[in-house]
Design a protein around this ligand. Structure first.
Ligand SMILES: Cc1cc2nc3c(=O)[nH]c(=O)nc-3n(C[C@H](O)[C@H](O)[C@H](O)COP(=O)(O)OP(=O)(O)OC[C@H]3O[C@@H](n4cnc5c(N)ncnc54)[C@H](O)[C@@H]3O)c2cc1C
Length: 303
């Protein structure tokens, strides 16, 4: 079916498409349900000279109160789900949630996806930010992906294309869009897999706010390891030491159970979140001489 411009909505509210429940509208908005929809929407934006931005689960974003200029494309592509038992791979459209990968792997007795249990968001967002937990990142299991390059070409790329490192990839620098992705797993012990997933989900429940509380997960990246050490230093520990849990700004405050989570008390503005983040960054710099860097992404009009 040809691209239907009438499906593009004007001045579309975005806040409830994010887990922070904060932010202004998109000038233009389109929900893509197939890879072709994404290709067409990007072509439309280019022809109309509009910037474009893709969102998945909105769980790693702070959208400006003034909204986002241009076309926001919500990736809801869920039409591909292939399991290759011979090669032990799972291929999914990137509008699927990361939980779909974890659940499918669990169901098929594949091991490798357990550490990602409980991380919200889509597979596209997980690849963009190289999401991870428990010492594993999505780059550890990604094999290849089909991608719409910023020059309009659709092609299959392998993992090296993404230039992954800690919580980042080329997708944070260039406007390529991942359409589907194949993950390499291994045959495992179904009971052990199920047990690990249940355990991880239970642990996350004790540390993280429930869905009713607006947040975007860990706000800052963990700090690089000290010389001679291999593990990153938890940003939450240093934030705990500066008394972050007692600091708030407007409707934004630090979560009582996790000093690296900024939460929306209900009526926070994006500017409150950003101001609170700045206070925390400045205090950590002043007291410990280190610079915290946001893991969340600020998007939209900020000046
Ligand atoms: C309670 C909670 C707990 C969390 N725990 C963790 C955790 O343990 N580990 C962790 O790493 N993160 C965690 N997060 C953060 C977040 O869930 C992840 O970063 C997630 O992978 C983001 O996916 P998303 O679909 O929501 O991305 P979005 O927030 O929608 O977008 C994030 C970025 O990805 C880009 N993007 C989205 N889809 C595509 C695509 N198809 N192609 C190209 N770029 C794309 C967007 O343009 C944007 O730049 C947590 C968040 C919450 C709210």
């Amino acid at each position: 079916m040809p691209f239907n411009e009438k499906l593009i909505k004007n001045n579309y509210p975005l806040k409830d498409l994010t887990t922070f429940h904060i932010g202004g509208p998109a000038d233009f908005f389109f929900e893509a349900e197939t890879a072709q929809d994404i290709v067409d929407a990007v072509n439309y934006a280019k022809t109309a000279n509009l910037p474009y931005f893709v969102i998945g689960g909105g769980s790693n974003l702070v959208i400006s109160d003034k909204g986002i200029a241009g076309l926001v494309i919500q990736n809801s592509i869920k039409n591909i789900k292939q399991i290759d038992f011979d090669n032990q791979t799972i291929t999914l459209s990137t509008g699927h949630m990361l939980s779909e990968l974890v659940n499918t792997a669990e169901k098929e007795g594949f091991t490798g996806a357990e550490p990602f249990a409980g991380i919200p968001g889509s597979l596209g967002g997980a690849i963009c930010g190289n999401a991870g937990a428990y010492g594993k990142s999505i780059s550890d299991i990604l094999l290849e992906a089909e991608i719409l390059l910023s020059d309009g070409v659709v092609k299959t790329v392998n993992k090296d294309f993404f230039d992954f490192s800690y919580r980042t990839s080329i997708l944070k620098r260039e406007s390529h869009i991942v359409l589907s992705a194949t993950f390499a797993l291994k045959q495992g012990n179904p009971e052990a897999i199920a047990q690990e997933i249940a355990q991880i989900k239970a642990t996350r429940k004790t540390k993280h706010p429930g869905k009713e509380i607006g947040c975007a997960g860990s706000f800052f990246k963990n700090l690089p390891p000290k010389p001679g050490e291999s593990r990153r230093r938890a940003a939450g520990e240093i934030l705990e030491k500066i008394g972050a849990k007692k600091i708030s700004f407007g409707g934004a405050c630090v979560y009582e159970n996790h000093a690296n989570f900024i939460i929306n008390k209900g009526n926070a503005k994006a500017s409150d979140v950003r101001s609170l983040a700045k206070i925390l960054i400045d205090k950590v710099k002043e007291l410990y001489g280190v610079e915290l860097e946001e893991e969340v992404r600020y998007v939209g009009r900020w000046d």
